[in-house]
Each structure stands twice: as C-alpha cells, then as structure tokens.
Design a protein around this ligand. Structure first.
Ligand code: DGJ
Length: 555
C-alpha cells in the first residue's frame, strides 16, 4: 500500500470512529404533552420482544434471534442479572453484556436492558447469593408478627448501596462499550414491590413510618403535614412503601445516569383498575395506578412508568393504557402477554401515543407462561405478532415522528372472543339484533374536520354490517398529515372517512388514495392509486399490510 493510500485509510478510520462516537445518547423528550424516545437523533418506535426470564446467557440467545426476526421486532428487552455480573462482591464480569451487544448488532436490533436485582417480581431471586443469604446486612420485609417475607426492605442503605454500586458499574461499562447506542433504555429493577404485606413493619421501618412525611411529598400532593397515618389514613402503609421503593429506584437511576445518561424506566405489576383488591394482594409499593403521583414526586430520574399487561379483555386494557399515558408519563407497554388476544392491543397502544410495545416470552428456550401468555412457542403462535408488526414496521419511524409532532389515532377491535369457541360466539350474535351487533364492532374517531369510522368483520365489498372477526384481532392506525390528509393502515378492519359535525351538510369527496411507502430519506413513494372497488366501500384491510395516503375534500 502506498503511503498516500495508507494515510487515506488511517484518515477514514478516524472519520468512522468519530462518526460512531458522535452518535447521540438516546433520550426521552416531551413537548406539548407528547413524548418521543430519541434514538440516533429521531423518534423511535419500540416494536419490542421480551425474552423469557432465563434467556440472559449467551447459550440461550440463539433461541431468541429467530423469533425476533420472525416478528419484525426492532428492539429486544432482555435482563441482566445482578448475580451474573457481580457473583462475588466487588468482582465484576461483563462478558455476557459484551456478547449480547455484539449479537444484537449482528441482528440489527436495539436493546432494552432489564436490571434484575433487589426486586424481580417482589423478590431478590436475581441478587447474588452473597446478598440473598445475608439477612443481617440486607434485611427482608418484616411482618407485624416478626416473621419475614422474601422481599427486600427498601429502607436500608446497605442494600441500596450494594445494588447501586453494581448498577453504576454496569452503566460505566455500557458507556465504554456501546458508542453505537445499541442499548436505548434501561429498566431499573423488575416489577418492584412486595406481595403479602403492604409494607415493612420492622423497627427501622416503623420509626420512619411514625415520623413526618417528607416535605416534598406533602407539598407535591398538596396535603397538610403530619405522620404517614395522619396524612394518608388508610393508604398510609402502601404510600409509605411506594415512597421508599421509588426513592430507592430513583437513587439508583440517578447514580447510573451520572455514569451514563441513558433513559430509564420501571415496569409495573398492575392492580386491576376496576377491582384492585388490597395492597399486598397486588405488588404493594410498585407504581400501580393509585400511587403514580407518589412515584412521580419520589423518582424524578425515572423517565417513565411502564405497565405490564396480562389482562386479556379490551375494556381493562384500554383503561390501563389511559392510566399510564399521561402528559408526565410516556406510555410504553413494557410487557404484554404473547397470546393471540393481546396482539391487537398494539394498535390501541399506538392510539394512546405509546412509544412502544413488547410481548413477553418471545423465544424458543422451551418455556411458556400460559395462562398469562400463549400455551406454546410455535412459529404459528408468534406469527400473530409478526402480522401486527408488519402493519407498522415499514413506517415505524414516520409514525413515531408523527405521534410526537402531531395527531395520531389507533384502535383495536373492541369485542372479546377469548375463552369462546366460534359456535358460542355466533350464538351470542344471533341473540342480539343486527344493529346492536354492528354497534359492538363500530368505533368512531374524531379527526377534526373528519371522523373515521372503523368497523370489523364485514366483506370488503358492499355495505353488509360489521359482525366482528373471530377471533378478535383487528385494528386501525391513522396519522394526520394536514387538515384533510391522513396516513391510514389497518388490519382486518374497514376505515371509512365521514364528515364531522364541523362540515355537516357539505358535499364531501375522497379525492385520492395513494398506496405507497417511505424511502430511507423519509420521502413518500407512491406505488399505485386506490380507486373503484378499493375505495367505494371504505378502505378495507385484511392481513396484507397497506400504507395509504388519503386526501379528503369538500366541494
Ligand atoms: C411479569 C414479570 O415482569 C416477568 O419477568 C415474568 O415473570 C412474567 N410476569 C410472568 O411470566
């Protein structure tokens, strides 16, 4: 190689190194009450897949990638266990993380790391043995009768400092080895909280409980000062536990961010919003809907509180999405069951300005969490997620930008069919009159000058009333480009544009429906125009993905 060529190579390597080093660190941004997870400088939509719990070893990863590829996920959620990175106190081993990062890059996906440490579904199962076996240094939650639960207490600095030290070491390592920003988000702990008691009743905890509620919480919630019981009455135990767990997670997140400021979230073992039960029956102290305000005050370094959804019915899922999609909280469905009925909730999540969605258990390591998720782990079972991801994956980045900057709508088929065979479902229909069946399968969305009517289970041709799909699976997505122009896609549904009250009485027309896609430079590329049968009876979608640009007009 000539000296000139050599100089060229050296120069180009420096340029590529610089370009890599210059990739912005992912961040969560909020503007006008809307949110975006910025990855490589632009909004990112997490089309996620979470692995099973024990897939966090190189040997298991080969059972992960084929499923990730099959479903078109762009992000994998996978755990890092405290026990695996610090098996002996002070001795760190990051070989798994290094392997994982390389493997993820090879498969062209981003990662969300789940820090399984003090809490993994309430217990310290993933903490190293030197933590789990040292009750004196790392005390567990104590009940009123003096017995203990296998859930670590949040009120001890010894536990917090040990967890924090390991977490910070992990973040420092990531900073060093991940200039490519393969990791885009870190989940602090997993489903924190305690089952079996509302709080820790140990002497140490009781002393704090009998003292005054911290000023930040009292003033943040606009309450009068006092002890926990005085301020919160019946809710005092749970609010106390939530405060201390949230402060604990916040301190870990703060220290981790000081090392390497990636966005951080916590996930939640939900309580049923319509029938919550008592704290301890659900994971007390986690960020359940009733204590979100406590968490928001206690944990400013946690960017997002993310629901884990294992309710199958539409009504409950919709309520959960409403509760966690807030101006102060980006909605990210950190987990959802991987069975068929859940897949359609991708559309509803996006309609609540969700920044991501991740079915749980997406690998073939030989485990299923049925009845929460699917009974098996066959290709066919995963395919339902491939089908819904296919609708959005090609334009995920455009959707994320439009959701951040403007208005988007998304709905899932509202009537449930699970635990029903087709005959019973049909029989239920015949019990009702046609109009009320049709009503069950009709949603009307207010787009401003226009409404969109979304219906399910009707032939593509003609006006036959909607009957629903068996099993329920449909959905629709709409993003506004201008007052009269929209991007539309759907899955086993019909979308019909109708005049809203604003333009009632005016003559309306679908001027043009283009089918197309966005190229790598975000330009719209038109492939064909839908007209005739394809538009006479609304915009009909089956399982084949179509992206449409619809221009409406009055004349
Ligand atoms: C929710 C937890 O966050 C997951 O890690 C897993 O344990 C599921 N529950 C059940 O499979």
């Amino acid at each position: 190689m000539s000296f000139r060529n050599l100089c060229c190579v050296v120069f180009l390597s420096f340029v590529s190194l610089y370009v890599e080093a210059a990739k912005p660190i992912p961040e969560l941004v909020t503007q006008n009450g809307r949110h975006a997870l910025m990855v490589d400088g632009a909004p990112w939509l997490i089309l996620g897949a979470q692995t099973n719990n024990s897939s966090n070893y190189p040997a298991a990863l080969k059972e992960v990638w084929p499923v990730v590829e099959q479903v078109h996920a762009n992000t994998v959620e996978i755990n890092v266990a405290w026990e695996q990175i610090e098996p002996r106190e002070g001795e760190f081993d990051f070989s798994y993380i290094d392997y994982l990062l390389k493997d993820a890059r090879k498969h062209n996906v981003r990662l969300i790391l789940l820090w399984f440490a003090t809490w993994k579904n309430n217990a310290p199962h993933y903490a190293p043995a030197w933590v789990k076996l040292d009750d004196a240094r790392f005390p567990r939650v104590t009940l009123k009768d003096g017995s203990t639960l296998n859930s670590l207490s949040p009120v001890h600095r010894s536990t917090l400092e040990a967890d924090k030290k390991a977490f910070v070491a992990m973040m420092q390592h990531l900073k060093k080895v991940d200039k490519q920003r393969t990791v885009i988000l870190v989940q602090v702990q997993n489903e924190v909280g305690t089952y079996g008691a509302a709080r820790d009743y140990s002497e140490a905890a009781q002393a704090l409980f009998d003292a005054a509620v911290p000023e930040a919480l009292v003033s943040g919630l606009e309450r009068e000062p006092g002890t926990w019981s005085e301020v919160f009455g019946e809710d005092a135990d749970e609010f106390f536990h939530a405060w201390h767990i949230a402060r604990y997670c916040d301190e870990i997140a703060e220290a981790g961010k000081a090392a390497y400021p990636l966005p951080m979230n916590v996930n939640v073992a939900l309580r049923n919003p319509f029938n919550p039960g008592k704290p301890g029956q659900y994971s007390s102290g986690g960020a359940t809907d009733n204590v979100i305000p406590v968490w928001k005050i206690a944990a400013p370094h946690i960017d997002m509180i993310s629901p884990d959804i294992y309710f199958r019915d539409y009504r409950t899922v919709k309520r959960v999405l409403e509760l966690y999609a807030r101006e102060d909280n980006p909605l990210f469905v950190a987990e959802i069951g991987n069975d068929q009925p859940y897949a359609r909730y991708l559309f509803e999540t996006l309609g609540h300005q969700g920044i991501g969605f991740a079915p749980f258990g997406m690998d073939t390591t030989g485990y299923t969490n049925y009845p929460l998720g699917a009974p098996g782990y066959t290709e066919a079972e995963f395919e339902v997620f491939a089908e819904v991801y296919r609708v959005i994956a090609p334009w995920a980045r455009e959707w994320a930008r439009l959701s951040f900057e403007g208005k988007v709508w998304g709905v899932a088929e509202p009537a449930d069919t699970f635990e029903m065979d087709e005959q019973i479902w049909n029989a239920k229909h015949t019990e009702k009159d046609a109009a009320s069946v049709a009503k069950d399968y009709t949603q009307r969305l207010d787009l401003g000058r226009w409404d969109a009517e979304v219906t399910y289970g009707r032939p593509m041709f003609w006006v036959a009333p909607p009957q629903g799909n068996f099993p329920a699976k449909g959905g629709a997505l709409i993003a506004q480009l201008s007052e009269n122009t929209f991007l539309v896609s759907g899955y086993h549904s019909r979308v019909t544009f109708l005049p809203s009250a604003e333009i009632e009485g005016e003559r309306t027309m679908t001027v043009r429906v283009e089918e197309g896609y966005f190229d790598e430079d975000h330009n719209w590329i038109m492939e064909r125009v839908w007209n005739g049968d394809q538009t006479d009876w609304g915009l009909n979608f089956d399982g084949k993905p179509h992206l449409l640009k619809v221009q409406m007009a009055t004349y």
